[in-house]
Write a protein that binds this ligand. Structure first.
Ligand SMILES: Nc1ncnc2c1ncn2[C@@H]1O[C@H](COP(=O)(O)OP(=O)(O)O)[C@@H](O)[C@H]1O
Ligand SMILES: N[C@@H](CCC(=O)OP(=O)(O)O)C(=O)O
Length: 370
């Protein structure tokens, strides 16, 4: 992905919308949202789209008549988010619904995306929603997340969601055209079209303050999001959402800042292959070994032996029938569940598990080959 126009060829795209775009003096900017929804509908003809939407605190604070846009204290922000999220979900549902698109609300915390077991859950839900044709509308679960366990800004949340969803690109819609070499309110600020690596010099260009007072992250949070994305092999764009057709302006007119991924897309899997020590071993038969060569997932039917005592979400090694090292990945079941279902086909597993089986024991998206 070398230019903004290349984002048109992305298969899976995360679009993040900041509070200031969606809310003005406590009221939703419904007309603006309608035009964005039309652009999303157009994009969806050839790509899958996930929305990360801010705005719950700003909307809720207006309803509750709380000072400082609901950001006076954590308790105010949490109460505002509870009230505003109801309205925010309805706004998206109505706007996308006009185009026959089903919106799906997903509220996540930092823990949901950092803990490997919960990361798998979030990732599987996103995948299933996209497969079923819905547009997930994600926000932080502000009403339960305390200060220590919050992202606090939806920019980094969007980058993490992109990672969990295996997206190719993230588009952060803000109220500026992109990253400038200094705060754009200063004279002589120049827009950067491409950033090849978020270096300390790039980081120093941004201030942490939000321009509208409604949002939380400022440009610094966007650069932190860019760092997460570039390490995960995902392109990230900062573009101006204040125009009537922001996606067209960014992608077709090329106005915005593109942050190039610093590693190839497989870097997303690199952490699986790297630092972590496997907590156990799944040995598979020759049929499964061949299927893995074709890019398949590890299914219980192909497992012949389970070693170790691991939990769901742990990293386990996959060996062939003669002990060949085939790869490693995040396992969807505990060791005892793996032992209970080894050798069984999907339709035979529910009785042993007591619940409907998952799609695979190790999904191919969560596996690296040796
Ligand atoms: N170097 C910079 N380049 C662009 N914007 C910057 C820079 N430094 C500070 N900013 C400020 O960051 C603001 C965008 O952050 P924020 O208000 O949090 O946006 P959002 O609500 O979209 O998340 C811009 O309006 C701008 O005033
Ligand atoms: N989760 C919060 C938004 C936090 C946030 O990042 O806001 P913004 O900087 O406007 O994208 C909300 O829904 O109000």
């Amino acid at each position: 992905m070398a230019t903004l126009a290349d984002l048109r060829s992305a298969c899976r795209l995360v679009i993040k919308v900041g509070s200031a775009l969606l809310v003005e003096r406590g009221a939703p900017r419904a007309d603006w949202l309608a035009t964005l929804a039309a652009e999303i509908a157009e994009l969806r003809q050839h790509a899958e789209v996930i929305v990360v939407s801010s705005g719950a605190i700003a909307l809720g604070a207006a309803r509750l008549r709380l000072a400082k846009g609901g950001r006076g204290s954590l308790a105010d922000a949490q109460a505002s988010a509870s009230v505003g999220q109801v309205e925010l979900a309805r706004l998206w549902s109505d706007a996308l619904g006009l185009h026959g698109i089903t919106a799906a609300q997903m509220l996540v915390t930092l823990g949901d995306l950092e803990d490997r077991r919960r990361y798998l859950n979030a990732s599987a839900t996103l995948a299933r929603l996209l497969e079923a044709g819905a547009v997930p509308v994600v926000n932080e679960n502000d009403s339960v997340a305390t200060e220590e366990i919050r992202f606090g800004d939806n920019d980094r949340l969007a980058a993490r969601v992109a990672q969990a969803a295996g997206a190719d690109a993230v588009l952060l819609l803000s109220d500026v055209d992109g990253l400038y070499d200094r705060d754009p309110r200063e004279a002589g600020a120049v827009l950067l079209e491409r950033v090849d690596g978020v270096t300390p010099e790039i980081m120093a260009m941004a201030s942490g303050a939000s321009s509208s007072g409604l949002g939380s992250g400022g440009m610094r949070a966007k650069l932190q999001a860019a760092q997460i994305a570039e390490r995960a092999g995902i392109a990230l764009v900062i573009a101006n959402g204040t125009h009537p057709s922001p996606l067209t302006r960014a992608l077709d007119q090329g106005i915005g800042t593109l942050f190039l991924p610093q590693a190839d897309a497989s870097a997303r899997k690199a952490w699986l292959g790297g630092r972590l020590a496997p907590a156990g071993v799944l040995s598979v038969d020759a049929g499964c070994m061949n299927a893995l060569d074709q890019g398949a997932s590890v299914l219980a039917a192909g497992i012949i032996e389970v070693e170790g005592d691991f939990a769901r979400g742990d990293l386990v090694a996959v060996h062939g029938p003669k002990g060949e090292r085939l790869g490693q990945g995040l396992v969807e079941y505990t060791a005892s569940e793996c032992r209970a279902i080894l050798g069984l086909r999907q339709e035979q597993q529910a009785d042993r598990l007591g619940y409907a089986p998952r799609a695979a024991v190790i999904h191919r998206d969560h596996m690296v080959r040796a």
